[in-house]
Each structure stands twice: as structure tokens, then as C-alpha cells.
Write a protein that binds this ligand. Structure first.
Ligand SMILES: *Cc1c(COP(=O)(O)O)cnc(C)c1O
Length: 383
């Protein structure tokens, strides 16, 4: 039976709206109180920064972690660690976080766009060969939504060509394939602790690497002037208890996603993300769907988002992507159809509801099913 939708004037499924993020956390409260009591909140570099740097490196089993002010800055520092600069080219997916394009430009290098693999939100490894040129120095590859990227294939390709990989794990905190965490397979890995992320300090970022030369270059670049891109002691203080709980929370989110997807009625025009076989290989930052549009104007997608928001569900549109950017700003050697489609058709559910009890997730599945169903009925009437 179809739920009566809030967009038609009925009662919303979640009258209080989406859960707040970051959620209330006693240990974060204690960390703030301790930093206040011992005065460490006011120092340039205190015990929490030192401890968090070590804990982050241990958690990821890497030799070096560098803390900084944002994920975007972490991407730039990573590129600088690899000595990327003017006259170099850096490959990235045409559907990615906008700041990654900017970080490449900030080094003076030129972005080179590749497509997403079909039916996914991950870079198409098959296109890398056609995208590489004599000046290509690196690839920036992002695990979007927390989903596994074909990072091993990307690293293998890069190695065979003598180029380097920045692995962006800003949306994949703690994801684990085998015994390797997201962010540890590229030459340099990047994390963000921005306000929406699975671990949040409002702002913040980190760079991970096993390569001492890259690490030294990053430290030297970041340290020029007065360490102007540093993480603060208070940010490190609130991140430490969140790191300790990350695996446990990722396991809950993964279980809720399986429940949600199995309870959401399949509809031909809506494709969910494909779940990997390996448990723990994903950690959901967003749960994406592709809406197959029945007309060119993305009316179905904006209707779905409006209907979800009316129910108190935090569903939004995906990235705008770079495929339509001018070729004066980037090189576009390969077709970018999947990236264009993802930019026009992606909707994504934000993660906070995935830590809520199972009954809420079932209600969510039921509500989303009704919305998707109503959308497909609307499009049929239009056609
Ligand atoms: C959030 C994010 C970043 C950058 O993080 P900020 O801390 O917001 O600067 C980079 N890449 C991806 C994929 C992200 O989701």
C-alpha cells in the first residue's frame, strides 16, 4: 500500500525532521570540558593534536599523518607533497567534489577529466590510458559516498605509468578492504573532518602517507609562515573519541543500509548503489540512487527531493560535476556521458538517519518506496 505523501498535504513521516549531526556525544562533551579545564584549548599545538596524529596513523597503519584545517587543503597539501605544480596535469573524475578541481588548479596544474564507470559513482579505470599525456603527474581518486573505488586497479595503472595517486577518503572514513583502510593504498591519502562528515570537528582534515619524502614536503610546505593551515587543539580533542567509535558506528550504518535497501521496493526507473560482497568495504556517508528521467528537464529528480524533504528526510541532489566546464580550464580527452548522467540524476540520502533504530529505517524505506512509486506514476501520466 502506498503511503500518503506529505507533499500532497498529509502528515510527514518524520515530523521532527532529520536527526542532527554531529549527534550528542558525552565523550565529546568530556573532551571539551577537559580541554577547558587544563587550558590546552588555547595553545598552538597541544597534547590532543599530538595524540590524534598518532592515533590516526595507527588506525590506518600508516607511518605518517599530517593534520590540517580542511579536506580541501589536505588534497592540495597531498598534491604539493607529490611535487605537482605548473605544467603538470592531474587526472580526476568529471563527477567529484568541486574543491578537488580547485585544489589541482591551486598548485598551478591542469585537471584532466575522465568519466565514471557505467552504473557507478567511481572513476572509470578503463579510460585512464586514453587520458594520460606526457605531462600527467598524478591521479586524484575519490571514494564517493563511502563506496569502494577500484583503487587497486587505479594504483596498478599509475605505477605502470610512473605517476602517483592521491586517494581521497573524505567520504569513506574507516572503510576497510582486507586489512587496508580507505586512504592508505594511494601514495597519499586524504581525510576531511568537515561538519557533514562521518567524523566531524566542523572543519578539519588530514593527509596520510607511508612515504617519508612526501611527508617531509607536506610538512615543509604547510609549515612555511606560521603553519597557517593547521588543525586546532580543540578540533583534535573532539575527533579523538569519534575515531575510537568509528568502526562500531560504521557497522551500524552498514547494517541499516542493507535493511533499507532490502525494504525499499525495486522500481525500474530508480537504481540503487550496488552493495559489495566484502563487509566493511563500505561506510556510508551518503546513500545514492540514480533516477532515470522521463524527460530532459530533471523534473523527476527535483520532485523526488522536494517530496522527501516534505517528509523530513534528508535527501539531496548530487554534485554538479565538471564535464560542462570550459576546455580552457581543463583537458577533456574522453567521453564523459556517465558523469553527465550522474550530475543530472543522482539523489543521495545523508548518513545521520543510518545510526537511528531499525523501526525508523523501515519507515524510511516505506516512505522512499512510496515517493519513488509516485514519481514513476507521475512520469507515466506525463508521457
Ligand atoms: C568533503 C570532501 C572534501 C573536502 O573537505 P572539506 O573539509 O569540506 O574541505 C574533499 N573530497 C571529498 C570527496 C569530500 O566529500
Amino acid at each position: 500500500m502506498i503511503r500518503k505523501l506529505a507533499i500532497d498535504g498529509n502528515a510527514p513521516a518524520f515530523p521532527d525532521g532529520p536527526p542532527k549531526w554531529p549527534s550528542a556525544d558525552d565523550e565529546v562533551h568530556d573532551a571539551l570540558a577537559t580541554a577547558f579545564a587544563n587550558g590546552s584549548w588555547g595553545v598552538y599545538e597541544g597534547p590532543n593534536c599530538t595524540a590524534f596524529r598518532n592515533e590516526l596513523a595507527d588506525f590506518h597503519s600508516v607511518k605518517f599523518a599530517h593534520l590540517c584545517c580542511s579536506g580541501t587543503m589536505a588534497v592540495e597539501l597531498a598534491l604539493r607533497g607529490l611535487s605537482v605544480g605548473p605544467d603538470d596535469e592531474v587526472i580526476l573524475a568529471a563527477y567529484d567534489f568541486a574543491g578537488n578541481f580547485r585544489a589541482i588548479c591551486a598548485t598551478g596544474a591542469t585537471p584532466v577529466l575522465v568519466d565514471l564507470a557505467p552504473d557507478s559513482w567511481s572513476m572509470d579505470v578503463e579510460q585512464l590510458q586514453d587520458a594520460i599525456g606526457p605531462n600527467t603527474k598524478a591521479i586524484v581518486a575519490s571514494h564517493l559516498h563511502g563506496c569502494e573505488l577500484a583503487i587497486d586497479a587505479i594504483c596498478e595503472f599509475a605505477k605502470s605509468q610512473g605517476i602517483l595517486v592521491v586517494e581521497d577518503a573524505c567520504q569513506a572514513h574507516g572503510a576497510k578492504n582486507g586489512n587496508k583502510r580507505a586512504g592508505t593504498r594511494g601514495d597519499v591519502g586524504v581525510l576531511s573532518f568537515g561538519g557533514s562528515k562521518l567524523m566531524s570537528a566542523g572543519r578539519g582534515g588530514a593527509v596520510l602517507t607511508n612515504n617519508e619524502l612526501f611527508y617531509q614536503r607536506i610538512k615543509i610546505y604547510a609549515g612555511e609562515g606560521n603553519d597557517a593551515f593547521a588543525m586546532s587543539e580543540l578540533q583534535a580533542a573532539v575527533l579523538r573519541p569519534q575515531l575510537a567509535k568509528l568502526d562500531e558506528r560504521n557497522a551500524i550504518r552498514n547494517q541499516r543500509v542493507r535493511l533499507l535497501l532490502s525494504d525499499t521496493k525495486p522500481i525500474a526507473s530508480v537504481s540503487p548503489v550496488r552493495l559489495p560482497d566484502v563487509d566493511g568495504a563500505v561506510c556510508y556517508f551518503k546513500l545514492p540512487w540514480l533516477i532515470a528521467d522521463s524527460n530532459e528537464n530533471s523534473i523527476d529528480r527535483s520532485w523526488v527531493v522536494a517530496a522527501a524533504i516534505a517528509e523530513g528526510i534528508q535527501l539531496g541532489e548530487g554534485f554538479r560535476g565538471f564535464a560542462k566546464r570550459s576546455s580552457r580550464r581543463c583537458r577533456k580527452p574522453v567521453p564523459l556521458e556517465n558523469a553527465i548522467m550522474a550530475a543530472e540524476r543522482t539523489v543521495m540520502l545523508h548518513h545521520p538517519i543510518l545510526l537511528r533504530p531499525e523501526q525508523e529505517v523501515s519507515l524510511l524505506a516505506q516512505t522512499l518506496s512510496s515517493i519513488f512509486q509516485a514519481m514513476s506514476e507521475r512520469s507515466e501520466t506525463k508521457n
